[in-house]
Design a protein around this ligand. Structure first.
Ligand code: ADE
Length: 228
């Protein structure tokens, strides 16, 4: 799967995603993460991409033309008519179900805003989806794009081991059960004895009960068995 980010801060995105599972997946070619720097399409001597908002108001906006030209450049890197996701607190809330849906796409463009936002005309022209990662305002869309790329990339076949994906939080609409590793006693606490029993059926039952109890206590809004 290919991700192309339209951003003013490509180093932030490439630096943030160049680690661990995502880095190895990119090295193996399971995913490809690229950036197009909107500033490269400023089209003026001073390389400025922002301007004052019509009607007045605080802050600056990113002009439509550099974003559109960066998008046109991104298109030359893509084989399909990829969806263009604008990262914005005004978008629909991102969750695991959304990550699963996006992971079926072969290519995705992520548009990261900055300053007070982007001229609405280019949003109308190129954006197919608007996504928020939570009800708070970040100083730019880059962190949000990184969150989306990480969550989507690990659902792409071959990026992580299938079994670990099935067990994790949200996979069946529930939170994950607690886990322990050696030693059996640590910090004055013991590993639950069922995990040392070697009885796989009992271990499975215990884990299933833990998932339900954790979800009920910590995230009653998730409701049992409903995929978020
Ligand atoms: N840009 C700024 N805040 C954001 C948020 N909460 N989600 C997505 N993009 C954003």
């Amino acid at each position: 799967m290919t991700f192309v980010c339209l951003t003013l801060f490509p180093e932030m995105i490439m630096g943030g995603l160049c680690h661990s599972v995502i880095k190895r997946a990119a090295e193996r070619g399971a995913i490809d993460i690229r950036c197009v720097n909107i500033r490269d399409f400023a089209g003026n001597r001073h390389n400025t991409v922002d301007d004052y908002p019509y009607g007045g108001g605080a802050g600056m906006l990113i002009r439509a033309q550099p974003v559109y030209d960066a998008y046109q450049h991104a298109r030359t890197m893509l084989a399909t008519n990829a969806r263009v996701v604008y990262m914005t607190p005004q978008g629909r809330l991102f969750n695991q179900a959304e990550a699963r849906a996006l992971a079926t796409e072969p290519e995705l463009v992520l548009l990261c805003g900055h300053y007070e936002g982007i001229d609405e005309r280019v949003i109308e022209e190129i954006v197919t989806d608007e996504i928020s990662i939570g009800d708070y305002v970040l100083s730019g869309g880059e962190l949000a794009a990184m969150v989306v790329i990480d969550a989507v990339a690990r659902l792409v076949p071959g990026v992580i081991n299938e079994a670990s994906r099935q067990d994790e939080s949200f996979s069946g609409g529930l939170l994950e059960y607690p886990q322990y590793t050696r030693p059996a006693q640590c910090l004055g606490r013991c590993v639950p004895s069922v995990l040392l029993s070697g009885h796989h059926g009992n271990v499975e039952d215990w884990r299933e009960a833990q998932k339900r109890e954790r979800t009920r206590l910590r995230r009653p809004d998730l409701q049992e068995g409903r995929k978020p």
